[in-house]
Design a protein around this ligand. Structure first.
Ligand code: NAD
Ligand code: MG
Length: 393
């Protein structure tokens, strides 16, 4: 039997790394949660398995051609199947106490926005959504009276560190970066970095896209923009430091010289648990932090010659308007091309920079007022990014 306090939870992107970690926590405390909708794009068998296991009300597959398959997998169960992009949006709107937005990329824009319409909690892992739609997204959070809790580990840390303190007392926010698998690689070696090498992250086990973003440091660049929208600071108050052990996730410096940091083992179940239970705290079965065993925590500045991502993020924030949407779209296209073996590792940052220049010249970077504006800029940026890629090859 379910606890009377059971929270209704939907997960957009349930079959991914964040989705599965969320369901792992749910499975350990099944009485505390009632699963409303689970969604996925292509992994129909996995989606059906999870929906049945967690007794979800709805299972929704983004790829409409997989509907028959989903329906037959769910035959004889109480899970209702649905398919297609509109069904993802409908699922996001089903009444719930919390929606976990864990779709990867700007593909999550429409469902993540739709989830805000209920005015309950949005646990946001889908950072590309906030990077791309930025102030339009934050305005919608406000308009709908939704509660936004970040899932990204650095932002979850910052969210806790800032607490209810006075925004004007915050001097600086520092996000940590693991440095990824290529932290110590020379530029010459990076020229030849392969897909397999880039996919081997030293500390975190995550989806393919964010793993490549960690290798290019584009992940930290996206996170800088994400932090800009989530927290009451100006761009010059945001920075990143490389911390290879991934134990400290964020540091916040205050006007009196005090610096607070959040520490935990690198396991996404800690920030996910916080997003599900805040302001309470729930059990998460992660390895407990033992500093004596770890011995050393080290920090170093990011090298912007080998990894230009952070510089690009600052330029994009300074340019404002829809520059971040173009930046995000160009990066998504470049990562896709790299994963498909069509471009080399260093071409990712090159093509993103190229695309930003093209877009600015073509007048694509302009103010945006609503989600439709963002969607059309995202679309146009993808077209320009494809052209920027052809130039490289
Ligand atoms: P993943 O690739 O493992 O999973 C992505 C999920 O989204 C899957 O369920 C997939 O079916 C679904 N999906 C993919 N394309 C889709 C589309 N076009 N339409 C609808 N659904 C689609 O990704 P992940 O690593 O779980 O990351 C999810 C999000 O969380 C990303 O934005 C990522 O940056 C962020 N994030 C992830 C981690 C991590 O540890 N994995 C940490 C911090 C932030
Ligand atoms: Mg992160």
């Amino acid at each position: 039997t379910r606890s009377p306090r059971a929270r209704r939870l939907s997960i957009l992107g349930a079959t991914g790394s964040i989705g599965q970690s969320t369901l792992d926590l749910v499975a350990r405390q099944p009485k505390e949660f009632e699963i409303v909708a689970l969604t996925a794009q292509n992994s129909v068998a996995e989606l059906a398995r999870l929906a049945v296991k967690h007794n979800a009300a709805y299972a929704v597959i983004g790829d409409a051609t997989r509907f028959a398959e989903l329906k037959s997998l769910l035959a004889g169960t109480s899970v209702k199947p649905a398919a297609g992009p509109e069904a993802l949006v409908t699922a996001a709107c089903e009444p719930a106490d919390c929606v976990m937005a864990a779709i990867v990329g700007a593909a999550g824009l429409e469902p993540s926005f739709a989830a805000l319409a209920q005015g309950s909690r949005l646990a946001l892992a889908n950072k590309e959504c906030l990077v791309s739609a930025g102030s339009v997204f934050m305005a919608e959070v406000e308009r709908q009276g939704a509660e936004l809790v970040p899932v990204d580990s650095e932002h979850s840390a910052c969210f806790q560190l800032i607490g209810t303190g006075e925004p004007s007392a915050i001097e600086k926010i520092t996000l940590t970066a693991s440095g990824g698998p290529f932290r110590e690689w020379s530029r010459e070696r990076l020229e030849k970095a392969t897909r397999e090498e880039a996919l081997r992250h030293p500390n975190w086990s995550m989806g393919a896209k964010i793993t490549i973003d960690s290798a290019t440091l584009m992940n930290k660049a996206l996170e800088l923009i994400e932090a800009y929208h989530l927290f009451p600071v100006e761009p010059h108050q945001l920075s990143a430091v490389v911390h290879p052990q991934s134990i400290v996730h964020c540091l916040v410096a205050f006007a009196d010289g005090s610096v607070l940091a959040q520490l935990s083992e690198p396991d996404m179940r800690t920030p996910i648990a916080l997003a599900l239970s805040w302001p309470a705290r729930m059990q998460a079965p992660t390895k407990r932090l033992d500093l004596a065993e770890i011995g050393q925590l080290t920090f170093e500045p990011p090298d912007e010659d080998r990894f230009p991502a952070m510089r690009l993020a600052r330029e994009v924030l300074a340019r404002g308007e829809t520059a971040p949407a173009v930046f995000n779209a160009a990066n998504e296209i470049a990562v896709e091309a790299f994963l498909a073996g069509r471009i080399r590792f260093l071409d990712i940052a090159r093509s993103v920079e190229n695309c930003l220049e093209q877009a600015d010249r073509a007048g694509v970077i302009a103010p945006a007022a609503c989600l439709d504006d963002i969607l059309s800029i995202d679309h146009e940026a993808r077209r320009l990014a494809a052209i920027a890629l052809e130039r490289l090859s």
